[in-house]
Write a protein that binds this ligand. Structure first.
Ligand code: TRP
Length: 443
């Protein structure tokens, strides 16, 4: 008998834990900053609602119906179906994402420890740019922190679905919600913070003319929700028959989006109040923001809490990514969970080392004109994840019969069920294809 979540709340919080991560804080802030703020946000919200949510429901339904790992989920039509290739691709994809995600999570941990011990603030004499560059240029520290974060994730996953994954999310996610709301509340009291709010909510429509804005919004929606790499297939396989999947998915999508918005309200008002550049790129959270903190009353305390938030949110997402290959190893190789977690983590650690060194030892080695880590992040979010989404839409929307799809997702024949199926069959594949083709210049 497959392990199941202990409670509906546990399942929803673990799933929110998967969705809420670096994507909502580090990535959301810098992508929104680079893409002009408010209009990007609007397009992003539209994609979350019309593409992300239907796909999340489809993934959960597929996972529960399959009752096994990500590969088994694509064999519902018949065992040995060629669709299972899509399952394998997402398992490898999840491992690939985790390999570089762990590196950035390691940066967050390093910053948290630095903020707590005071090192970070002292070393910042020469500016945080220098501090960050010195840190990521090293060959030891980035790999060390990457390894520590992976070890933490492995320890939780080794504990099992209920005793490991569910338990940590049950207490951590509410704490993180309180922290992020507190941080935003404080940032909004700063003089000049209104400019940051304005940036996030006052549209500058000219951004609509930029084709890459749509791709970035789509990629961000996939990455932040955590769709396309079988995480929700895997988490769905631990859900009981009496859960209502659409309702849970709505809670997760809302929670994830709210989290990103509130985190944006913690970062942008502070950045604007002290004259930072919102389009600073991936360095926004690690250079611009701490700079702002230093100039702010009580900023060093805020820094400790902020980087704790970033680290913990990253950890719960890492756990979800790790669970995908671990469940495959348990199911297919009959491995013990703890041994599977250890072995898989070790492999992912090794794969991630080049990413950890991509600003140091390997800084001269540019892949498609960027450091390796940036290229993987960009390629995964903007191409691999949308392709994963296409596969799920095609399989659930077209390969499964409508009756099976609707029944698996708890929709039965309701109006919302028909809307969901239509989105999955037509709107989702069409939008993803058009955006992908435009971005490679075919359209
Ligand atoms: N959603 C997480 C974040 O926002 C990252 C993540 C977890 C993810 N699981 C995923 C991204 C699956 C893509 C696919 O940080």
């Amino acid at each position: 008998m497959r392990e199941q979540w202990g409670s509906q709340t546990g399942f929803v919080l673990a799933t929110i834990g998967a969705a809420v991560g670096l994507g909502n804080i580090w990535r959301f802030a810098y992508i929104a900053g680079e893409n002009g703020g408010a209009v990007f946000l609007l397009v992003y919200l539209l994609f979350v609602l019309l593409i992300g949510l239907p796909l999340m429901i489809a993934e959960l339904a597929l996972g529960r119906r399959g009752g096994g790992d990500a590969v088994a989920a694509f064999e519902i039509d018949r065992t040995g179906s060629p669709w299972r290739l899509a399952g394998w691709v997402s398992v490898v994809g999840a491992a690939l994402i985790l390999s570089y995600y762990a590196v950035i999570a390691g940066w967050a941990l390093k910053y948290f420890l630095g903020a707590a011990t005071g090192d970070l603030w002292q070393a910042a004499e020469g500016g945080f740019g220098g501090y960050f560059d010195r840190f990521i240029a090293g060959s030891v520290e980035p790999v060390l922190w990457q390894g520590v974060m992976l070890a933490l994730a492995a320890a939780v996953v080794a504990g099992g679905v209920k005793k490991g994954i569910e338990r940590i999310n049950l207490w951590l996610m509410p704490v993180l919600a309180v922290i992020v709301i507190g941080l935003a509340g404080y940032a909004l009291t700063l003089p000049g913070s209104a400019k940051g709010v304005h940036f996030l909510f006052a549209p500058d429509w000219s951004v609509l003319a930029r084709p890459e804005m749509y791709l970035n919004a789509l990629g961000q929606a996939f990455f932040s929700l955590g769709i396309g790499m079988a995480v929700f297939i895997t988490y769905g396989s631990y859900v009981g028959r009496n859960s209502r999947l659409p309702r849970s998915a709505v809670a997760v999508a809302l929670g994830d989006t709210a989290f990103a918005l509130v985190a944006g309200l913690a970062i942008f008002p502070a950045v604007f109040a002290l004259g930072g550049d919102p389009a600073a790129g991936p360095r926004l959270a690690f250079i611009t923001f701490p700079q702002v903190l230093l100039a702010m009353p009580g900023g060093t305390w805020i820094g400790i809490v902020f980087f704790l938030l970033l680290t913990a949110a990253a950890l719960t997402s890492m756990i979800s990514l790790l669970e995908v290959p671990v469940s495959v190893a348990c199911d297919r190789l009959g491995a013990m969970r703890s041994r599977a977690a250890l072995t898989v983590t070790l492999i992912i650690f090794l794969i991630g080392i080049p990413s950890a060194l991509s600003y140091g030892l390997l800084a001269d080695w540019e892949v498609f004109g960027r450091p390796l880590l940036d290229t993987i992040d960009h390629g995964v979010s903007n191409f691999l994840l949308p392709f994963g989404g296409l596969a799920i839409a095609a399989y659930v929307g077209w390969r499964l019969t409508p009756v099976v799809a609707l029944e698996a997702s708890d929709f039965s024949g309701s109006l919302s069920g028909r809307l969901w199926l239509w989105l999955l069959r037509v709107a989702v594949p069409l939008t993803i294809s058009v955006i992908l083709m435009r971005s490679v210049g075919v359209l």
